[in-house]
Design a protein around this ligand. Structure first.
Ligand SMILES: *Cc1c(COP(=O)(O)O)cnc(C)c1O
Length: 396
């Protein structure tokens, strides 16, 4: 092999990113250390305000993680035992886990095979088979940094009187086809600052967004034991607050986010062109239609902003794991989001689903691979990724 095999390409290189912002982060952290204010306080308030501006919403509620953000959202909307909540089966676990944690029941639906986003037709089919009033809320996920079909989702919610929680954990700064920042459209939006997300902290963190002042007040109470004023409890809340250290770090990082998103988009375009030149189609063309057995992500529709939290390829399922092994041997980081759909997880066995219930999601879980897309990727790293993927695809 050529010398290109000596290029290491991690899935995400947070050290490379830190090197570019160390001189800004260190004084921001130092300031919090000197203040000795660690929970809430002015840094958290400043960060919430900055996020409100960035995400185009009047109210934001910083909290402890993207998972807790979902729980706070459902609690604030009054979702609980006896309620059903519609969620895609192809997402990170928290989307459904939060529903179960508040005592409600997740109702799974399939995804669109081209975009991997929640499929509005699948939602309509599920609602047609339920008693009116059983389903209380709808939780679209803006998967991989691309917007779900918010127009269709809001229309369904209107028609069936459902609350909408947008799980935007992978989509800070994503815009839908009408140019709306995700998280600003439904009743509540939720975000995660887990270190690997496009806006990641140095630990756990999360955020809720809303246009409704009463919902914001409830989430502010719930994140701090349902307490207001101190030691007087309206509701049973949780300890789900945002640390001042995380807020200070995220305040530095958010100023770089647009440049990082542009870097991810440029890398995606570079990959799209390199794979297309080798004969790959986009994910709108089924693998069953032949050609080179490789599909690149469907580009965002005109007007939308895809921030490429992940760049996901589709390959034949019977070869996917061998391709992953080849990438690993070439020291190229890769991941499968997600190898098992939620309706097939052990903890949801009692919901009675079986293989074949959600064919698009199940097929995606067998056929997808995420490759490195982080903004600091160099051209030789990208070339190494493309050469290695193409060599392993041609060897099929
Ligand atoms: C990461 C993620 C979460 C959970 O966020 P944490 O901060 O890790 O709790 C929820 N939903 C989706 C879609 C995610 O990707």
């Amino acid at each position: 092999m050529t010398s290109a095999t000596h290029v290491d390409v991690p899935l995400l290189d947070l050290k490379a990113q830190y090197a570019t912002i160390r001189s800004e982060i260190e004084p921001a952290v130092q300031e919090v250390l000197e203040s000795q204010v660690f929970i809430g306080g002015p840094k958290v308030a400043e960060f919430e305000c900055r996020c409100a501006g960035y995400l185009d919403v009047p109210y934001t509620v910083g909290n402890s993680s993207g998972s807790d953000a979902l729980i706070l959202a459902l609690d604030a909307l009054g979702v609980g035992p006896g309620d059903e909540v519609i969620v895609p089966t192809y997402t990170f676990f928290s989307t459904a886990g939060s529903v179960s944690r508040v005592g409600a029941t997740p109702v799974f639906v399939d995804i669109d095979p081209t975009t991997y986003q929640i499929d509005p037709d699948s939602i309509r089919r599920v609602l047609a088979g339920r008693k009116p009033g059983a389903v209380k809320a709808l939780m679209p996920v803006h998967l991989f940094g691309q917007a779900a079909d918010l127009d269709a989702i809001m229309a369904i919610a209107d028609e069936h009187d459902l609350r909408v929680v947008e799980d935007a954990a992978q989509a800070f700064g994503t815009e839908d086809v009408r140019g709306r920042r995700v998280g600003s459209v439904g009743d509540i939006g939720t975000f995660s600052f887990f270190p690997s997300k496009n806006l990641g902290g140095f630990g756990d963190g999360g955020l809720c967004t809303t246009r409704d002042e009463a919902l914001a007040e409830r989430m502010i109470r719930f994140r701090n034991h349902g307490m207001k004023p101190k030691y007087f409890h309206h509701d049973v809340g949780l300890n789900a607050r945002l640390d001042a250290l995380q807020a200070a770090i995220l305040l530095v990082k958010i100023e770089h986010l647009d440049a990082w998103s542009a870097g991810r988009q440029a890398n995606a375009t570079w990959y799209d062109e390199a794979f297309a030149a080798a004969g790959a189609a986009t994910s709108g063309v089924s693998l069953d239609e032949g050609g080179l057995p490789l599909r690149t992500p469907e580009p965002a529709p005109v007007g939308a902003r895809h921030i490429y939290n992940q760049y996901v390829l589709r390959v034949p399922g019977s070869h996917r794991d061998a391709i992953r092994e080849t990438l690993k041997a070439a020291r190229i980081g890769n991941e499968v989001y997600y190898p098992r759909c939620l309706h097939e997880q052990d903890c949801y066995r009692d919901l009675g689903h079986q293989a074949g219930d959600f064919p698009n999601a199940e097929r995606a879980s067998r056929e997808t691979i995420a490759i490195p897309i982080f903004p600091e990727l160099t051209e030789s790293q990208r070339q190494h990724v493309v050469d290695t993927v193409l060599a392993s695809i041609r060897a099929i």
